[in-house]
Design a binder for this molecule. Sequence first.
Ligand SMILES: Cc1cc2nc3c(=O)[nH]c(=O)nc-3n(C[C@H](O)[C@H](O)[C@H](O)COP(=O)(O)OP(=O)(O)OC[C@H]3O[C@@H](n4cnc5c(N)ncnc54)[C@H](O)[C@@H]3O)c2cc1C
Length: 459
Amino acid sequence: MNHSVADCDVAIIGGGPAGSSMAGYLAKAGLKCVVFESENMPREHVGESLVPSSTRILRDLGFLAKMEASGFPRKFGAAWTAASGSPAFNQQFHSMDFDGLHAASGADIRFEEREKDTGQKYTWHVDRGRFDLMMLQHANELGAEVYQGVRVNGVDFDADPGFASVKYSICKKQMSTSCRIAVDASGRHTLVGSQMKWKVKDPLFNQYAIHTWFEGYDRTAMAYQPGMNNYIFIHFLPISNTWVWQIPISESVTSVGVVTQKENFEAKREDREQFFWNAIKSRPEFYEALRKGRQMRPFKHEGDYSYAMKQIVGDRLMMVGDAARFVDPIFSTGVSIALTCSQFGHKDILKAFETGNFKRDAFENYETKLKRGVRNWYNFIRVYYRLNVLFTAFISDPRYRLQVIQLLQGDVYEEQEPPVLTKMRSIVSSVERTPNHLWHNLLGNLTANVFAETNEAMA
Ligand SMILES: Cc1cc2nc3c(=O)[nH]c(=O)nc-3n(C[C@H](O)[C@H](O)[C@H](O)COP(=O)(O)OP(=O)(O)OC[C@H]3O[C@@H](n4cnc5c(N)ncnc54)[C@H](O)[C@@H]3O)c2cc1C
């Protein structure tokens, strides 16, 4: 192979939110980019609830008008409920105050409380089949070439100096496209990370999720105050480290998924469907309401999904979205992280074309910012699982509420560690070190110690 000119500037592997937003940014800036998507859209996908930080990127891409016209349910807030399911939540915590914090086992937020930072009171819940197709078509309208039904088999970074070669087959015919930069947006397929053997499994989180859609489930059954019908609900189950999402997909359709530790699932040796229903039954009021709905799709499951990569950029390479990293979905962060990767990453790519430097160091800004944000997410999630009651106490406390909402909105990339997270970690540490602390018995077993060093790739 001897190219003096590449077939395209940037080849993007994967047409999910990470790939299509990257394609949109780059095409808008005038680069020639090609997206290879292995599926034919629309295809089903997990990850249906957005967070408000996504709005800035959708606005940058000129996509907000399409979101407004789409009819996707507007997401005004989020709520976490615990076993009783009643507005009063779990009475056992009520006398357990510490450091001026009032322990509670449930909480809720409205995004309008911190509207000025995203310019909007709401974000959306989306049917990912439609949303991803719309995003991909939008990238195409902005000038990106999009090929669906084309699975990339690998990327060759060595064959031709100065170029990367993306390999795929069409009708059994092996083909390749040369580019100056390859962007891996292949999601949890982690095409390049697996090819390079850079993938590191998360030592803490080993979740399993089983999910489907229901028609006719009455969402008011779990909404304990008016206006919550279109919130995302996270219902905690009285099973360790196990929770359920309830995400509106339309006026009448709701996505419901149980997330648990893999060993919980395996220990019971039940079939997956039975496991789902048994888990839901542990919240009888939810079970009763859900049983009245009609299951619309077969159950789908996702397992072993938390990992990091030893590196997320390389010479002529950038990984974005789930292809770069996956953290627990408890705060509905995946799509936002995918879009944010493109928001940060495209700037380094444009600079690389200006300077002609396509080496790993050209993508340093992206790598630093992404790692900082994901580390903050990760620590927030670790605190949350380790001492759940602390999260709800902080949300209920006016001193910390807006700072926690900032994290929940997805604004985690600018600070090394947001002060509220430092405070949370210090409280968890003190609870861990004090066996007779009021909250000591409430420590979860998922994170052995909130300050324990994790694998370097995870941090
Ligand atoms: C249980 C669970 C619940 C979740 N809940 C939420 C939530 O509520 N909110 C949220 O924001 N996120 C959630 N997520 C995360 C969310 O699903 C992902 O973070 C998000 O989809 C990442 O987008 P992406 O573009 O990186 O990857 P994807 O959306 O997975 O897109 C990757 C695309 O690449 C294509 N592809 C893969 N391999 C190849 C190949 N070799 N060649 C060509 N194309 C290829 C795939 O077909 C796919 O279309 C959840 C995840 C899980 C597991």
